[in-house]
Design a binder for this molecule. Structure first.
Ligand SMILES: [Zn+2]
Ligand SMILES: [Zn+2]
Length: 276
């Protein structure tokens, strides 16, 4: 194998409220991009599970993805995942969604802090951004301690808005110790860290998290990293994954993980290596 295999483990379809392209369109885009595998990870915002109809949409996502896996068999591997948002804000919802079927992959995300709206909607000129980021990390840390997911999604997500959209810097020194604790606990738990490449297409212009945090995760003994474009439209499927591979290579990893039936399979990123 001359080049590394490209797998995209974070993709949204029209079964997410903020995406509109069909599951087939997304899979066709993945096939055209030459991906080896892609994992559909539609949103399940646990705190809004029944109120906003995620209980229905995630079932639809699961069934459509399973159908797509059959339709695209031999062209691209289509795997069934879910992006669990704020699972600790409603653990019963998290349990319910995972009982739908045998998911291949579960992302753990924090999109909003308890009592606040999604980071997307906040007015950062009025908010105390240091406090917000700290509260976000508190919930991340608790989610890592809970551990009911496979890969920790887009660590530092609020920076997409605080720094990327509003140009406000968060003081690293205020949060370094907590970020370190999260990375250490994640590494010790054997869970994966996601390198989310959506930031490369946005104003922030970097992966979430950046290289220095991926490197720290590895130094703490982290074994698994997953790569995801977080695409919400067909033209973004697979976007930035090659850059993500460079980031993890620089951090010292020789493989990244693709989850099937919630078991990590290691994909080599070094030329000349093969995998089964
Ligand atoms: Zn997300
Ligand atoms: Zn996502």
């Amino acid at each position: 194998m001359a080049l590394p295999c490209i797998c995209d483990s974070h993709i949204h379809t029209w079964c997410s409220p903020d995406a509109s392209d069909t599951t087939s369109m997304m899979c066709e885009a993945g096939e055209r991009a030459g991906l080896y595998a892609m994992t559909i990870t539609d949103h399940c915002e646990c705190n809004l599970y029944r109120k906003d109809g995620y209980d229905e949409s995630i079932r639809r996502s699961y069934l459509e993805t399973r159908q797509a896996a059959v339709s695209f068999y031999g062209k691209i591997r289509v795997l069934t995942g879910v992006e669990l948002g704020q699972p600790l804000q409603d653990l019963k919802a998290a349990e319910d969604v995972l009982s739908i079927g045998d998911f291949d992959f579960v992302l753990g995300s924090i999109h909003n802090i308890t009592g606040y709206e999604d980071f997307y909607f906040l007015d950062y000129q009025k908010e105390d951004t240091e406090k917000l980021f700290s509260l976000y990390l508190d919930e991340m840390e608790k989610m890592v301690e809970w551990g009911g997911f496979d890969s920790l999604a887009h660590l530092t997500y609020p920076l997409r808005y605080i720094t990327g959209e509003n140009g406000i810097e968060v003081k690293r020194a205020n949060h370094d110790a907590q970020v370190d604790r999260i990375l250490k606990k994640l590494a010790e738990s054997g869970k994966a860290l996601e390198v989310n490449t959506s930031g490369l297409r946005q104003k922030i212009g970097v992966t979430l998290p950046t290289l220095n945090l991926v490197r720290r995760f590895r130094e703490y003994g982290g074994k698994y990293v997953t790569l995801g474009s977080d695409s919400h439209q067909w033209k973004d499927v697979g976007e930035g994954i090659s850059t993500g591979i460079q980031v993890i290579r620089e951090a010292g990893f020789t493989h990244y993980a693709l989850y099937e039936k919630r078991v990590p399979k290691l994909i080599p990123i070094v030329e000349g290596e093969d995998f089964d």
